[in-house]
Design a protein around this ligand. Structure first.
Ligand code: SF4
Length: 377
């Protein structure tokens, strides 16, 4: 009960505070040597010096339990605890802030969920399902022991901050960006499915270029069906496993022509029956093509980072095991966002080999950071 009372206001106040921090940070001119951490610290210092006036606005999270439930709404800083502020050193940074990104970051939107307002960064592709969720569903959270790691929300806030600061290939070249905006909706849905099928074990840049070559001709299920296999393979190369993917694309296109009038299925079960479509692709396809959140799209980045951050009760070997565990405790309104956040975070900072832990805001609360740093020595 105590946890429920404390987590829920924290949960909804947190994104609001992150947005304030991001806006404040991006409005500054940033020299190449300033770190995200130091800018964050400056923000906190400003808040502290204005303590008497700002107290009504921003409270330390540690004071949460001392505030009577009947008082006016309070907002609690989720960014760092008091202890973290004390222990956080401020190393020199090589984290570049780009002006284009600053403009991007300012594009945030407010989403009402019941009586709560969530500030959503535009980096994350929108989905309508989120709008339909009631606050009770989001808050039907879970007791403390349901969370595999008590720091998970702090991890998430830090990743939001880092993602706002550093662009990732998925933001501009991800599958949701691969559809021809001038095509009709049905064709756009097919483009997203094709991009997802090509993206497996392939860099976003390579997938995006292959999609450009495919779209330079007509890209519909009928056109793929009628295209010689050799020509399709030539267009897909150098996408990894391009021969297999060409074969799956032709088989899938045949099914879409025969059964779905050249559209794609609107449910997860039918999507999974298409050749070459696995659970990750199917869930992301439902989100990007149909705006329906049916599950967390767990790719190699989400799988790796969830294990590194100990977001799982037991470490996993397969992405599908990770998906099942994450969905068992992560609040549903975060499912879509988590996929996009973690993929970009894995492309830029928490990379598969030699993750950039010294630059990571989670370095003091990440179970993997110490071992990673030790291996580097
Ligand atoms: S492994 Fe390193 S980069 Fe990844 S979350 Fe942990 S501290 Fe951050």
């Amino acid at each position: 009960m105590y946890f429920k009372m404390t987590l829920v206001p924290f949960f909804f106040a947190a994104p609001r505070m992150v947005q304030r921090q991001c806006r404040a940070m991006t409005s500054q001119s940033v020299s190449g040597k300033t770190t995200l951490s130091s800018r964050l610290a400056k923000q906190i210092k400003v808040t502290k010096t204005k303590a008497t006036t700002a107290k009504q606005e921003l409270w330390d999270i540690e004071d949460l339990h001392s505030v009577a439930a009947t008082t006016a709404p309070r907002y609690f800083s989720p960014v760092q605890t008091r202890k973290q502020r004390q222990v956080n050193t401020l190393p020199k940074s090589n984290l570049p802030a780009k002006k284009a990104r600053q403009d991007e970051v300012s594009k945030t939107s407010k989403i009402k969920i019941g009586t709560a307002t969530i500030i959503k960064c535009e980096l994350v592709p929108p989905n309508e399902t989120m709008l339909e969720l009631k606050v009770e569903e989001a808050a039907a959270v879970k007791t403390e022991q349901d969370f595999p790691n008590a720091n998970w929300l702090q991890h998430l806030e830090n990743i939001r901050l880092m993602r706002c600061e550093k662009p990732a290939p998925v933001d501009t070249l991800g599958c949701h960006q691969c559809a021809d905006q001038n095509a009709n909706e049905k064709t756009q849905r097919f483009h997203k499915l094709v991009a997802l099928m090509l993206s497996s074990q392939t860099k976003d840049e390579t997938t995006f270029e292959a999609m450009k070559r495919l779209k330079a001709q007509t890209l519909t299920p009928a056109s793929i069906q009628g295209m010689p296999a050799v020509e399709l393979e030539r267009l897909l190369h150098p996408v990894s496993f391009y021969k297999n993917k060409a074969k799956y694309l032709k088989q899938t296109s045949q099914i879409l022509v025969d059964k779905y009038n050249e559209d794609i299925p609107d449910n997860i079960q039918e999507l999974l029956k298409l050749p070459g479509v696995g659970p990750k692709m199917a869930h992301i396809c439902m989100a990007t093509a149909w705006n329906k959140i049916t599950g967390i799209g767990v790719d190699t980045h989400v799988h790796r980072i969830a294990n590194r951050l100990a977001w799982l009760k037991k470490s996993t070997k397969e992405p599908e095991q990770t998906r099942v565990q994450l969905e068992s405790w992560l609040p549903r309104p975060l499912w879509s966002e988590v996929n996009h956040l973690l993929v970009g975070f894995g492309q830029t900072i928490c990379t598969p080999v030699r993750p950039n832990c010294s630059e990571c805001l989670n370095r003091h609360i990440c179970p993997a950071s110490a071992s990673v740093l030790a291996k580097k020595k």
